[in-house]
Design a protein around this ligand. Sequence first.
Ligand code: FAD
Length: 333
Amino acid sequence: DKITDKLAALPDDATFFSLEFFPPKTSEGFANLQARLERMSRALRPFFVNVTWGAGGSTAAKSLELAELCQRQLNLTTCLHLTCTNMNKSLIDQALSKAKAIGIRNILALRGDPPRNEEYFDKAELEAREGDEEFTWAVDLVRYIRREYGDYFCVGVAAYPEGHSDQSHPEVQDPKFDLPYLIEKTKAGADFLMTQLFYDVNAYEAFVDMLRSDPSGVFKSIPIIPGLMPVQSYQILRRTTKLSHAKLPPEILEKLDVVKGDDEAVKSVGVDILSEIVERLKGRKHLGPQGFHFYTLNLEKMVAHIIERCHLIRDIGAKEEEDAIDVSQEITL
Ligand code: FAD
């Protein structure tokens, strides 16, 4: 199913959530994730799941395998991430045609990060390539998908509520700087926006308000899905927030600093923090169903706690409910 079609069928005051997974490297890891996905999909009933794509196509086969498992075997509405830069065009074509063949209707169209050995793109190199490379920015992929596949795919694009002020950084990331490009990407045919992770709800709200009131009108009613990452450990949190330029508001940092030596306490405080963020976002006035996207890092417990605590699990029929309760006992909360 297309995410947009599923959203159109929800009441305006509904909530929904998506779960993001990356393809494990080993077959053992894959088998473990399969078991976990089976449990999570039955107990938590995500509205859709996301499967990440390694920059440059490094995980192409594994991403498609995981997407097929989700879409076909587990019958989950699946959104396949696809990057376009530093990737052979034939790989993009193969990915899109395979996605279509396995029943996938949703693509998150991304530029992709620079390859690992180059820390950042070289600006001059990028500009030099712009003329002859078909895929430089995410917008090129959005346009390509629309040109080749029309409306077959529901297409999402990434959005960044926060930035950094590091002038020595070769790439500027700043909501105002990005805005014209986000407008262009959306106009090219994006159906929804999914955001980078954040913990600063004020920054997210200011970002959404900026988009909604933009005179171009392109963001007036487009679904904007906030990206949230449960706290798995103090170290992971510090690392991921640094990499993504997400601010940790002092009140959140203070709560975590008190318990940072105690892994279990960090997780438990993390569940409190994320639950508060979800509740705050739920309290906003919305245009339609309010979604939440969870970066799971392939882990289940923290996200299950948050989803349960915030009552994000969809209501279903009584029989299905019984099965789901059975399975939720398996996720030892
Ligand atoms: P773009 O929209 O192309 O923007 C990149 C930057 O370039 C922005 O700063 C923008 O302002 C600027 N820009 C855009 N167009 C122009 C232009 N014409 N001239 C000058 N500047 C321009 N990465 C992966 O490798 N795999 C994944 O699965 C993955 N999933 C993600 C999921 C989400 C929800 C998010 C938020 C990010 C994800 N990423 C993933 C990371 C993403 O690939 C990187 O952040 C990447 O650096 C930017 O991708 P983009 O699609 O936002 O690029």
